[in-house]
Design a protein around this ligand. Sequence first.
Ligand code: SER
Length: 315
Amino acid sequence: MTKVLVTGAGGQLGRELTAALAELYGNDQVIPTDINENAASLYEGFNFEVLDVMDAEKMAQLAETYEITQIYHLAAILSATGEQKPLLTWDLNMKSLLNVLELAKNKKLDKVYWPSSIAVFGTHTPMENTPQHCVMDPTTVYGISKLAGERWCEYYNKKFGVDVRSLRYPGLIGYKSAAGGGTTDYAVDIYRSALKGEVFECFLKENTYLPMMYMPDAIKATLELMQAPAADISIRSSYNVAALSFSPKEIAESIKKYHPDFEIRYKPDFRQDIADSWPDSIDDTTARLDWGWQPDYGLDAMTEDILKNLQVSVS
Ligand code: SER
């Protein structure tokens, strides 16, 4: 029987992925964990546990107690916050992944999911339709930790047979929870400003293209990858996955179709350099061929869905 432990279950991705896993396997089969004990309030009806992912012993205890068969290890410090705390970001992102991989090896867990990111790419990476295999020279400590993490995932798979799977997420855009500490977060915050009638101050320049993905597509990609037969998974570092590519100007234009008075101003900060080092768009042919990846949402479909649903929770 599948029994899943989720780390970082209080985060932007964790909240939505835990809900999807609970729908798939049942609340009793999913153990949400987070370092923040306030996340417990999100998980009534679950066996929520407080877990610092640096604490390998507690992680192992929880795996034992709940007879865990799969771990979704989502806890991490993202790109913008990571630049403020480089050594902590390296320690947390790397040590926690190694804790999970060791646990998976020693307890012979069925599967591990760990997110990588477009942040693994860098200034010498081809920026358009970035291929699965290419030069990777990340400039952020977050990107460095994700690239190293990808190598560790492949290593644990090849050397120890750990069935670890991963996606290089683009910027993830959802309306159910706020984003935290990323360079792509403007595309989450912009919708909240639009609905509040505020002028949105964007920390990136108007023509900065980045790969992005609407949360339902990200959840679909994750679950499809995790449910694919192991023999179909040819990439054990992390898969390129693509859905959208747009600039702040284009997302603002998409919002204006529904809120014609919406205004955006540009005030680039240190995150501009991070964005400039990341691809504009991603080639995800391998994911499409290996396990049939295909996104559902274009930019306007995402905007329409968010504005319709977010309105309810804002008012
Ligand atoms: N969304 C992440 C960030 O901006 C990228 O993985 O840090």
